[in-house]
Design a protein around this ligand. Structure first.
Ligand code: GLY
Length: 389
């Protein structure tokens, strides 16, 4: 199976549906390559999962058993991140708040320590750069950790970026590179004729294109015109989060901190993000007492000094979950329709790699080797030709 794209044009005119970090980064790369790019978002650009995220670039800490194939993709994107950040900062004039102190995972009691040791052995076995720390060593790195920590793991390569600044930088980069952005403008349908995408129909009318890229995150199935068998198999995975307000001159934390059921990400401006629930509730936007309680209690058990901190913000986001928790990239099974969604917990991490891979697919007709097994076609139930008849 393959999705043909118009190799007759070396700079295909491209429409991108979804102006989150993924859509914006793809738009930036294609506009840099000289393509005419239009980008549509049903709301304000970058206000979906890209806004809600914690910006963790956690290829190592977030690797779970069963995700060994995805790890290679995550590690490659993690490797790309520092150069991507530098290039984007230079192109946009916006600093991304990239922080490279690393990540610490803590075990609060013996049970946690057993579990953490098991995960650590598994992750070490995959060749990841991780170091086991005693409780005292962890407290040397983060003095506000509760006394009596049972053990910890330090991951020096798991960095973080301020995802909301990433969105701002990408918006500026995209604008300077000459792409057009239509915000508050829903794409109603992809115009498909004879098994090939021809453009989109949006609130502002019809726009033709050589290539249409569907990068609408958890909302990617809400676009009309695409036969249901070809809609990417994504669903929203709800995450509740909150931000506390630290004194930026005397922060309680410098590293990203994973606690047994959540994480804390300290920002340079003093915000301390606490996340996140993982819930299967469709697009339910409600914050719940139970969700907030679990987050605050989990954070407080590791870092009791948060007790006095004001709550700055609470929010809900929707990760685009796929059937195997890995992204869907490239060919959709329909000519000229390209997919870039399903990044689940790794959207910000996978942003540089996704942008490069999709740009390469659009410009050269092939995904890079490392991305091929994440082709969106892996979920197609029937051969494309049979389904479009
Ligand atoms: N990557 C963090 C989260 O999905 O909550």
């Amino acid at each position: 199976m393959s999705t043909r794209i118009p190799l007759s044009s070396s700079q295909p005119k491209t429409v991108i549906i979804g102006a989150g970090a993924i859509g914006l980064a793809i738009a930036w790369r294609l506009a840099q390559a000289g393509c005419e790019v239009s980008l549509y978002d049903r709301r304000e650009a970058g206000r979906g999962a890209s806004w809600a995220s914690a910006g963790m670039l956690a290829a190592a800490a977030e690797t779970e058993p069963g995700e060994e194939r995805l790890l290679a993709l995550n590690l490659e994107s993690q490797r790309l991140w520092p150069d991507f950040a530098r290039e984007l900062e230079a192109a946009s004039g916006v600093a991304l708040g990239y922080r490279d102190e690393g990540t610490i995972e803590v075990a609060l009691n013996r049970d946690d320590a057993e579990r953490l040791r098991f995960t650590y052995e598994f992750q070490k076995g995959l060749g990841l750069d991780l170091r086991w720390l005693s409780g005292a060593e962890a407290r040397d790195l983060e003095p506000h950790l509760r006394p009596g920590i049972a053990g910890a793991v330090f991951s020096p390569t798991d960095h973080q970026v301020e995802n909301r600044l990433l969105v701002q930088a990408l918006l500026e980069g995209v604008r300077r590179a000459g792409a057009r952005l239509y915000e508050g403008c829903a794409v109603r349908e992809v115009d498909i004729a004879e098994g090939s995408a021809r453009g989109v129909v949006s609130d502002r009318g019809r726009e033709s294109a050589d290539v249409v890229i569907l990068a609408a995150g958890a909302w990617s199935r809400e676009i009309g015109g695409i036969p249901s068998a070809y809609l990417p198999a994504v669903r929203p995975i709800k995450g509740q989060m909150l931000a506390l307000k630290m004194d930026p001159a005397a922060p309680l934390l410098r590293h990203v901190l994973w606690v047994p059921r959540g994480y804390l990400a300290p920002r340079l401006d003093g915000r301390l993000l606490v996340g996140a629930t993982v819930e299967e509730r469709g697009f339910d936007e409600s914050l719940t007492a139970g969700g907030m309680l679990a987050l605050i209690e989990g954070a407080w058990r590791a870092l009791p000094a948060i007790e006095e901190l004001p709550i700055a913000e609470t929010w809900v986001g929707f990760r685009p979950g796929s059937r195997d928790d890995a992204p869907m990239l490239g060919p959709s099974g329909i000519d000229r329709l390209v997919i870039a969604t399903g990044h689940f917990r790794n959207g910000i991490l996978l942003c540089p790699l996704t942008a490069e891979a999709i740009a390469q697919f659009v410009l050269k007709g092939r995904l890079p080797e490392i991305a091929r097994e994440f082709s969106a076609e892996r979920f197609l139930p029937v051969p494309p030709a049979a389904a479009t008849k």
